[in-house]
Design a protein around this ligand. Structure first.
Ligand code: C2E
Ligand code: MG
Ligand code: MG
Ligand code: MG
Length: 280
């Protein structure tokens, strides 16, 4: 019966629309399987202390090694994951893998913490705090070794916002990603504490070209300091950008200048990467 109904409904669509629906269904099925089959790959990008040039952290950025399609970037599948709810198991996998990697690095005498992107949708599911607890327990990573990155969309979701503040109380750090590109709100920024504000690469890309942009970036850095948070500049590709940011008082940066996202194994062999030494 269901099949007959499906067929009847299908006739209301144009054939191309039917194909799109089918393709989407296939993508969803494949993504579901990919999460369990280990097809998700984490690349890590160094986060550098601008004062010392040492790596103090690494952002985990997910890719999908999809059979027959090559290595897909997050832009190709995170949207689908969010729409279908697959972001919950996907994000859980990413969180567990990244925390495991952080412990491995720390066992090797490196202080790097990991930074994980978390979707608002994922944050607002009731099980997220339990998942986080579980992952920290299982891996043995101290909460301070983990940073959760969220975007400004979190401010529109009361449940996600509550979860975020609870997470912060456990000692896990919270970063505001892509600051200035979404629905930026000074009132929210003032009301809800963040440990880190990430300045989006659309700003840093224009640093050398526009005095206006430079002024705005300077203000974001100052604002971050006033709020007691650390600023991380994203998308740094040239020494000139890094110099400018250091002089403007920006503490940390990330970008191709310091390292492109890559698998952890390749990172370990990078002589140009200066790791922060073990504390005390
Ligand atoms: P994001 O968190 O803002 O990550 C920064 C993006 O900028 C990454 O793209 C990174 O590869 C790229 N990038 C870094 N340095 C440079 C540079 O110097 N120049 C340029 N042009 N680009 C640079 P990527 O890996 O494609 O990730 C895109 C977005 O996908 C991320 O933006 C993040 O919002 C999302 N994402 C990645 N992994 C996850 C995940 O595990 N979960 C969720 N929910 N979202 C994720
Ligand atoms: Mg991020
Ligand atoms: Mg960003
Ligand atoms: Mg982004």
């Amino acid at each position: 019966v269901a099949k007959r109904e499906g067929g009847a409904r299908f006739r209301l669509f144009q054939p191309e629309m039917g194909e799109q629906v089918l393709a989407r269904q296939r993508d969803k099925t494949d993504l579901r399987a990919a999460i369990d089959d280990g097809q998700l790959v984490l690349h890590y990008q160094p986060i550098v202390d601008l004062a010392t040039s040492r790596v103090t952290g690494a952002e985990a950025l997910v890719r999908w090694q999809r059979p027959g399609h090559g290595l897909l970037g997050p832009m190709d599948f995170i949207g689908l994951a969010e729409e279908t709810g697959l972001i919950v198991p996907l994000g859980g996998r990413v969180l567990a893998d990244a925390c495991e990697q952080a412990v491995r690095w720390q066992e090797q005498g490196r202080t790097v913490g990991v930074t994980v992107n978390v979707s608002t949708r994922q944050l607002s599911t009731s099980g997220f705090l339990d998942t986080l607890d579980h992952v920290l327990d299982n891996t043995g990573l101290r909460p301070s070794g983990l940073t959760i990155e969220v975007t400004e969309s979190v401010w529109a979701d009361e449940v996600a916002m509550q979860a975020l503040m609870q997470i912060r109380e456990t000692g896990v750090r919270v970063a505001l990603d892509d600051f200035g590109t979404g629905y930026s709100s000074l009132s929210y920024l003032q009301r809800y504490p963040f440990d880190i504000v990430k300045i989006d690469k659309s700003f840093t890309a224009e640093l050398g070209e526009s005095g206006r942009t430079a002024g705005v970036v300077r203000c974001i850095i100052d604002l971050t300091e006033v709020l007691g948070a650390n600023a991380v500049a994203e998308g740094i590709e040239t020494p000139a950008q890094a110099d400018w940011l250091r002089r403007a008082g920006c503490g940390f940066a990330q970008g191709y200048l310091f390292g492109k996202p890559d698998v952890a194994e390749n990172w370990d062999e990078q002589p140009s990467v200066v790791w922060a030494a073990k504390r005390g």
